[in-house]
Design a protein around this ligand. Structure first.
Ligand SMILES: [Zn+2]
Length: 252
């Protein structure tokens, strides 16, 4: 179900155990070969495929395209909500639906920079409603839901998500090839972080001049379809767990 298509009276009539999903993404530079809306288009496609499978069992809010992209602001065209602004925005989305009486609220994220404020938002809202025992507040990033794409498609070279990389470029070649530029000319740029597991403050231009991180030159539309399937399957399974939650326990 799409929130955009319902009347308020239909929302009012829904079971308050219906999971409400807020897809959150970004509008930010994606290298010299891909459009600024890449993250929003990719998450939108995964959510579209997922919603088709889940029908009336989950309510999807429209995708929030403005994300926390401060680290990309050295690249023209990027739009960003500053980290604290973004944290407030995510808090408000959750509070709106708590006000409407819903109990299972889920952020599905498609952009790395939203990870820290997204986790902080669900943490803060839970503390604010600490008397409640029936709230399920979740944050998940679509490529971190457990999928192991290299097992599904042995031709993939990258073992993890980069930026405007083999994985993202492949998925864009699958859904919007007319928007993908000369990805074959993009030099590989390593993920490189010798200080791991420490969290290191960075801006994107510390890591890459053209804007991508990873190996876009090895992208294909076939890899893109394999990736979209793996990520969609993972999201469907995850939301079925949210639907099946018994409403109170921590471990089940
Ligand atoms: Zn991206």
């Amino acid at each position: 179900m799409q929130l955009t298509d319902l009347t308020w009276t239909r929302v009012q009539a829904l079971s308050r155990d219906t999971p409400v999903v807020f897809p959150i993404a970004a509008l930010e530079q994606h290298g010299r070969h891909m459009p600024l809306f890449t993250d929003s288009m990719l998450l939108g496609e995964i959510v579209r495929r997922t919603a088709e499978q889940l029908g009336e069992r989950v309510l999807f809010a429209p995708l929030m395209w403005l994300g926390n992209s401060e680290h990309h602001l050295d690249f023209a065209g990027t739009l960003s909500a500053a980290p604290r602004t973004y944290l407030d925005l995510l808090n408000d989305l959750l509070e709106n639906f708590i006000q409407h009486g819903f109990r299972r609220l889920v952020f599905i994220n498609g952009h790395g920079g939203n990870d820290v404020p997204g986790r902080q938002a669900v943490f803060e809202v839970r503390q604010r409603h600490r008397q409640r025992g029936d709230l399920l507040l979740l944050f998940a990033t679509y490529w971190m839901l457990g999928a192991k794409p290299p097992l599904a498609d042995a031709s993939l070279r990258q073992q993890q998500m980069g930026h405007a990389c083999e994985w993202e470029t492949s998925m864009m070649l699958r859904i919007a090839p007319q928007l993908v530029g000369d990805f074959k000319a993009a030099e590989p740029i390593s993920m490189g972080n010798p200080f791991e597991p420490a969290a290191r403050g960075w801006i994107t231009k510390d890591r890459t001049a053209p804007g991508h991180i990873g190996e876009p030159h090895s992208a294909t539309a076939e890899k893109g379809e394999a990736l979209l399937r793996v990520f969609t399957d993972d999201l469907v399974r995850f939301l079925e767990r949210v639907i099946g939650w018994n409403g109170k326990t921590w471990n089940d």
